[in-house]
Design a protein around this ligand. Sequence first.
Ligand code: AMP
Length: 446
Amino acid sequence: MFFNELGLGEKTLKGVCEAGYETPTPVQEQVIPYVLNRCDVFGCAQTGTGKTASFTLPLLDILESGRARARMPRILILAPTRELAHQVAVNFSTYGKYHKFKLVLIIGGESIYEQERKLTQGADILIATPGRFLDLFDRGKIMLHALEVIVIDEADRMLDMGFIPEIEKIFSLIPAKRQTLMFSATVSPEVRKLSQTFLKDFVEVSVSPSSKAAETVQHYLVRVGSRDKRKALRHIIQAESVKSAIIFCNRKRDISTLCASLTRHGYNAAPLHGDLHQTRRTETLNIFKQGQIDFLVASDVAARGIDVAELDFVFNFDVPVNAEEYVHRIGRTGRAGRSGRAFMFVTKEDSIFLKSIQKLLKLDIPEYPLSIKDKRAVMEDKQEQDQGQGQETVFKKSKAKKSAAEPQKKQKMRSEKPFSNDPVIGFGDVTPAFMKNYFPHLGPMS
Ligand code: AMP
C-alpha cells in the first residue's frame, strides 16, 4: 500500500514524501483512514511502529477545515512526558511543512508566561503534559469549547505515572462531541477500562500483540555480578564496536555513577533523568541526536518518547522491575524496521524480574556469548572496579578543588598497579590464607 491510497491530502503527502517515507507502516495503514473518517480510535502499537505519524498525518488534514481562535485549541494532544510531547511537536513540523497551523507546546520546566503568550495568539494544536495543561487551564488561559480532537498518547504510561486523575479531569472539561484517539504500547486491563470510559463507538487497531517487543530487535542477557556490570558494559561496547547507545539505569544515583565511570574511561557520555532541569534535558537530547554525545545514560521517564534515528543499541544496565518497561526501553531501537540489539545485565537478584520479562515477551532471551576469556577479563577487573568505586568517592569529594583530569590520572595509576613490572618481594603486602594455616606466627586468618 502507498500513502496516497489512505485518503491523505496533497500537502500532507508532500510532507511525508519529503520525510523520506516510501510506504505507510501497518499502524499507519490501519489508523489513518479511520481518523480521517472522524472515528474514535484505540490504537495498540508499540513504540517504533510509526504510531505518531498515524495520528499526526490525518490531523494535519483535519486542521485544514478552519483556524483556531485565541486560547481555544482545536486539537489537544496529551503526552505523559515532556520529551514525548516534544517529539510529537517535531512530527507535526516535519510533516506539516506545507500546512499553516499554530502549535503550542505546554510542558513543565519551561516558562509558563511564554506559553500563556503563545496561547493568546491561537493554537490549532496544543500538545501538553497533563499537569501543566491543568495549571494553565486553572489560570483561565485555555478554553476548551472549540476542541475537536483529543489524543491520549501512551495511555499505559499515563497510568504508570499516576496521571489518570488529571486525564479524568480533562475529559470532564472538554465537549462531549469530539473525536478521541488513544494510543498505548501495552494493553493492561486498566488501559482497556480507560479506553472504554473515554472513547465512543471506537475502532480498535492492534498492530502487534502488546507484549511483543520490536521483532527487529535481537535481545541478549549478560549474566554478571552487580560489581562487574560496568566492566561488562565496556567490554561489549568494545566487542560490538558500539558507536552510540542509550543505557538505562533504574536509579538516578546510578546514572551519575555510570556516567562518571564511562567518562573516566574515555567514552563520551551524558546523563538524562527527571531531576535535571528541562532546558538541560532538551539540550542533552538534541546533542545526542546530533551525534555529539555517544552514550546517553538515562532513566525510564526521561527517555520516554526519544526518537533517535539509527540507534542500533540499547543497554539495560539494570533489569527493569516492571516487565512492560523493558518493552518501552528496547522500543528505542529497531524502529521502523531497522534492526537493533538490546543487552540486559542480569544479576542473581534480578531473576524474578527477568522471568516476568521473558513471560511477557514469550521469549527465552539468549545469553550473550561472552567467551570464557571474556568472562575472565570481566571478573578479573573486579579488583580494579572495587578501586574504581573508591575512586568515584575521591572524585566527588575533590571535584571542587581539582580538575577532572586528576582522577583520570589516579585511575590510570591504580589500574596499572596489578600489572606493574616492579619485582614482588616475598608475598608483597598480602599473606595468602593457606600460608597462615601453616605458619601461625604470620597472624590470624582473616
Ligand atoms: P514512532 O513509532 O511514531 O515513534 O516512530 C518511529 C520511527 O519511525 C520514527 O523515527 C519515524 O520517523 C519513523 N517512521 C514513521 N513512519 C514511517 C514510515 N512510513 N516509513 C519509515 N519510517 C517511518
